[in-house]
Unconditional design. Structure first.
Length: 480
């Protein structure tokens, strides 16, 4: 026989001279997706279709002269953007009167609600300016440059006046948000610096600046999800400010190691004061980076183990809450909190006990003024507050959630550099509170401001009467 034999299907049979065949066990292989990973365009975007038809001369076959038929399409999509443009909204209100009965007066529709008294700006335009400044962190002169490119010139002083009017309008809502956070049962507190221009300005329009503070408070509900963040401006970082921030707070509060918080909480028997474990870990990490305490890696590993166990407990608690939600029953948060405390005592307390014992042994070998000694001393001095989360379910392990809310302020400082006045700092605190809360809750801030500005202007609410206009209540009302 010439060559190798073939089977019935025309497949060449193996040549015996090449050795025996061996069956290999089947295995799974990951198939890479075709293409280069380009993300598909969202289906909810408006779509404009352009058909590039075949020229009439080419619709006839050049070979036989018959008419060509449609056999399919090649479709591709591109992402386009329509630049913003200003629009004049002309509002005409006809006047109606009776020719016979002049004493009856004139009938006319009521004018639309304007967020700026005697102003020509709509709620959408004011919202755009607020979001550009406090979300996109653009200084007002850059916003004015944008408007000029789009065909309209609006002076910076005009925009400052609009923002001042909005500050007065939204002030009661900010107060309601602050009250909502303080009464939620669990609050995170932190602060960050803000340069504020003060004093008389020179001939160039530049004055002296001082380092002031924005104090942040963030509340979490019984299901441990955030309900909002509020910023308050003050020119100092004294204990009196920390005491004022914590006045009226119920339940528990989580802070960093600033002594002002400790002194304020010491006077309150009804307030549980917990401390942030991320700050404790940061001390050990700094010691490790300087090479002054390689033993710090031991503490870092224990804290990493603590976080891993904490994530397991949080996942378990979330699963319990979802079980109630599936049957449309309000979750029993007291029962869930009891389960969390039980798991923390069982899984996390042994790790904290070992870390505390190791920290006590390291006191003798650590240099007090070195980075490692500072880390050891910080943990020893704050150990009571660091352990509070073991017996209070509402306390989180760290303060990272509020530090993420503060981060946009640090980004803004690099763009607008400083607040032009103390009033400007207070306006920034209010507006960043509302847009920051929208970001926490997944709300479109443009939609929120566009609605709330008109509602607040129409009813002119007080702090007690506008609880439904805070971001969390507004979102809940929209969900009904």
């Amino acid at each position: 026989m010439l060559g190798a034999e073939s089977d019935l299907f025309g497949v060449q049979a193996p040549d015996p001279s090449l050795g025996q065949t061996k069956q290999v066990a089947a295995h799974e292989r990951t198939v890479k997706p075709a293409g280069h990973g380009r993300v598909a365009l969202p289906d909810n975007l408006p779509c404009e279709t352009t058909v590039l038809d075949v020229p009439e001369a080419e619709k006839t076959c050049p070979c036989c002269g018959k008419q060509r038929v449609h056999i399919g399409d090649d479709v591709s999509e591109q992402l386009d953007i329509v630049p913003p443009r200003f629009t004049r909204l002309r509002i005409v209100r006809p006047k109606m009167a009776c020719r016979e009965c002049t004493e009856c007066g004139v009938a006319q529709a009521k004018p639309p609600v304007s967020v700026i008294d005697k102003g020509d700006s709509t709620a959408n335009l004011v919202s755009w300016i607020i979001l550009s400044k406090y979300v996109d962190h653009l200084p007002l002169h850059r916003i004015a440059d944008q408007f000029k490119r789009w065909g309209v010139e609006i002076a910076e002083t005009t925009m400052i006046g609009w923002i001042a009017a909005i500050f007065e309008l939204l002030g009661p809502i900010h107060k309601a948000l602050e009250r909502e956070i303080k009464s939620c049962g669990c609050m995170h507190v932190d602060e960050t610096t803000l340069r504020v221009q003060k004093g008389e300005k020179d001939k160039r329009g530049v004055g002296k600046t001082s380092v002031d503070y924005l104090w942040a408070m963030l509340g979490r509900g019984p299901d441990r999800t955030p309900i909002g963040v509020s910023f308050l401006y003050d020119d100092g970082r004294s204990h009196a400010v920390a005491k004022a921030i914590l006045s009226g707070v119920t339940g528990s509060v989580l802070t960093d190691g600033y002594d002002g918080y400790a002194q304020a909480c010491k006077e309150r028997d009804d307030l549980v004061h917990g401390l942030c474990w991320a700050h404790a870990r940061r001390k050990y990490h700094e010691a490790l980076l300087t090479g002054q305490g390689q033993a710090a890696s031991v503490a870092i590993k224990w804290i990493a183990d603590l976080y891993a166990r904490h994530r397991r407990i949080e996942t378990f608690a979330d699963r319990l809450g979802r079980r109630w939600n599936k049957v449309d029953v309000q979750p029993d948060y007291a029962r869930i909190d009891a389960v969390i405390v039980n798991r923390r005592q069982k899984w996390m307390k042994p790790v904290v006990d070992e870390l505390e014992a190791w920290n006590a042994r390291m006191v003798q070998s650590a240099t007090p003024k070195g980075k490692f000694g500072e880390a050891i001393g910080y943990f020893r001095n704050q150990s009571v507050r660091l352990r509070q989360f073991l017996t209070h379910a509402r306390l989180d392990l760290d303060n990272n959630i509020i530090e993420r809310s503060i981060r946009p302020i640090a980004i803004g400082r690099k763009n607008w550099m400083f607040a032009g006045s103390e009033e400007g700092a207070r306006r920034a605190a209010l507006l960043m509170s509302l847009v920051g809360s929208c970001k926490l809750l997944g709300i479109d801030p443009a939609e929120y401001l566009g609605d709330v500005l008109l509602r607040a202007k129409a009813c002119k609410p007080t702090a007690e009467g506008c609880a439904d206009l805070t971001p969390s209540r507004w979102k809940a009302g929209r969900a009904k």
